[in-house]
Design a protein around this ligand. Sequence first.
Ligand SMILES: [Cu+2]
Length: 302
Amino acid sequence: MMRSFYGFKHPLAGVVLGMAGLLGAVSQPALARGIQLSSGPRAVAGGPLVVTSKGEGDVRWILPGKRPLDPKIFGTPAAPLGFEPDVGVPIAMRLTNADGSAWTTTAMPTPFSDKFARISGYYALKTVDVTLDDSPASKDKVAFSASFTSPDHNITYKVTSNRVVPVGPVHTFLGGVGSNFDFHGKTGIGTKLMPTMPTLTTFWGVGTLAVNGTVVAKNRLVHVMVTCSVRDADYKLVFDDGVDCSHIHTHVILPNVVVTPNGPMPSPVPTGFILPNGMEQPFLHIMYEDIKVDGGWAGKHR
Ligand SMILES: [Cu+2]
């Protein structure tokens, strides 16, 4: 369980934990599981589902911070839950209250915090969900582009992705694009540090990152989700009971993972953004609150 990837000695262990949980850490046994071939891709029921989405206006940069632990997902110290490898939180990475009767937060900062900075930016997304399950022959497609600034507005970022990752290294990627489904939380798909949330569309792709107009990486893992709102009026990340489907928003996440010929591997995102503790933020987690969506739930393509 305590792989070096989680390593306590790493100064950003919590961040790594969170990102590892988001995607599933990239252990060799996990990779071996992930590259098992299916006998041929099954199509999504009802035919291909096309979703387009755009966002701008209210855009927020999520800063690292400790994440409170939902007792419905993580149980109690006496009866712990949610410690599954890759998507859960190891017991040793949790803090308890004074009498030890309840979990409080993660022990280390994660990318799933309540801390944010207002920035500016936009994105445009098109997903085509053709294939239901993971398969190297998946026909799922994505076209994604996002631009945004750093919290101090001194750095500009551009992220593009036009290729899905069709097989998840640990948990399913649903062929690269998934639609109208629950993710995270209790589902086992993605980190349990995010609540269980109904999702209009999501993709996992390989993308290019440009910083101040210069391409710094062409093989970053890019994960985008259009979901019911998981933030309250104070922008705190809610537990499962607080997920609000009267508002939808978009998550753009570049975890500390690159996609190599041998599969995803841990690698900090070269954000160039220095945190108050002097360390470079090793992930990007950008929220778009003013979004438009066509297709999928909106039904325009059905
Ligand atoms: Cu996700």
